[in-house]
Design a protein around this ligand. Structure first.
Ligand code: ZN
Length: 280
């Protein structure tokens, strides 16, 4: 099942169009996309029987973030070996965790204003959305706490990300529009193997990143186990799971996004994001 946010309303997306959930459920579920995660199990049970004939055509540009206002939004750094190497760092023995503050979360198609004087970079990532509260969850039980997966861009301004000693990543990754997600959430049952999905991104049509999530140093279930050993993961929280090699910072010469650039990001079995960058 694909669950989306169409102009701020919760929808189920099918091949024929979008089913408005509040309308199709007779008001049993409200219109707010973020609120559905607090009733995730009940919603998933109902959605299987939703009236497919209620699907209406829609415009892709109307899609918003599938989890637009998470209470917690985690980023994981240095989680693919080839990206650790291009960063000139060593593989951490614990997850490198930062926050993408929720105000930066946007939908799949957007314009992003470049911070003036910055070095803005791309990072395609698989994003996991929590479906049920997770606290001290084992790796084996972790997938059962995930509502689904979506595509994310962990857009990063490197000067502010790496300022200070020790550097603190969160601000440089939280400028307005720096957290595009979408185009929808795909439930875990849709994937033959949710731990092995191709992901990649291109800038102006040139492929910059291409990898598989099976290369993650700390897998999605391991991340949920490790995070939930410390914090309580809440329904609708999102986890940007890390980026593979091919970011602009790791290239020789380094390359930063410029006004007019377009970044297209994808994850196999989910869909793509499209961001255009504008002068700040
Ligand atoms: Zn990242």
């Amino acid at each position: 099942m694909r669950v989306g946010n169409l102009a701020g309303r919760l929808v189920i997306v099918t091949g024929a169009g979008a089913i408005d959930v509040e309308s199709a459920s007779g008001g049993r579920f409200g219109p707010e996309p973020q609120a559905v995660y607090d009733q995730w199990a009940e919603f998933a049970g109902w959605a299987a029987s939703a009236d497919a004939a209620a699907a209406q055509p829609y415009e892709l540009a109307q899609l918003g973030a599938p989890a637009p206002a998470p209470r917690q939004s985690f980023g994981i750094g240095l989680n693919y070996r080839d990206h650790v190497a291009e960063s000139g760092l060593t593989v951490p023995d614990q997850p490198s965790v930062f926050t993408k503050f929720p105000s930066c979360i946007t939908g799949p198609h957007s314009d992003v204003v470049l911070p003036p004087g910055g070095h803005t970079d791309w990072e395609v990532e698989l994003v996991a959305v929590i479906g049920t509260t997770a606290r001290h969850v084992s790796e084996g039980a972790a997938w059962s706490h995930v509502a689904g997966l979506t595509v994310g861009q962990d857009i990063s301004e490197r000067i502010s990300q790496l300022a200070g000693s020790p550097a603190q990543f969160s601000l440089g990754k939280s400028f307005p529009g720096f957290g595009p997600t979408g185009p929808w959430l795909v439930t875990v049952d849709e994937f033959a193997n949710p731990d092995d999905l191709e992901l990649g991104c291109s800038v102006n049509g040139d492929q910059m990143q291409k990898a598989r999530t099976s290369y993650l140093i700390i897998s999605v279930p391991q991340l949920i186990a490790k995070l939930s050993a410390v914090v309580t993961l809440l329904p609708g929280d999102i986890i940007f799971t890390g980026t593979p090699a091919g970011v602009g910072m790791g290239r020789n010469p380094q390359r930063w996004l410029a006004p007019g650039d377009e970044v297209v990001s994808y994850v196999e079995g989910i869909g793509e994001l499209r961001q255009r960058f504008l002068a700040g």
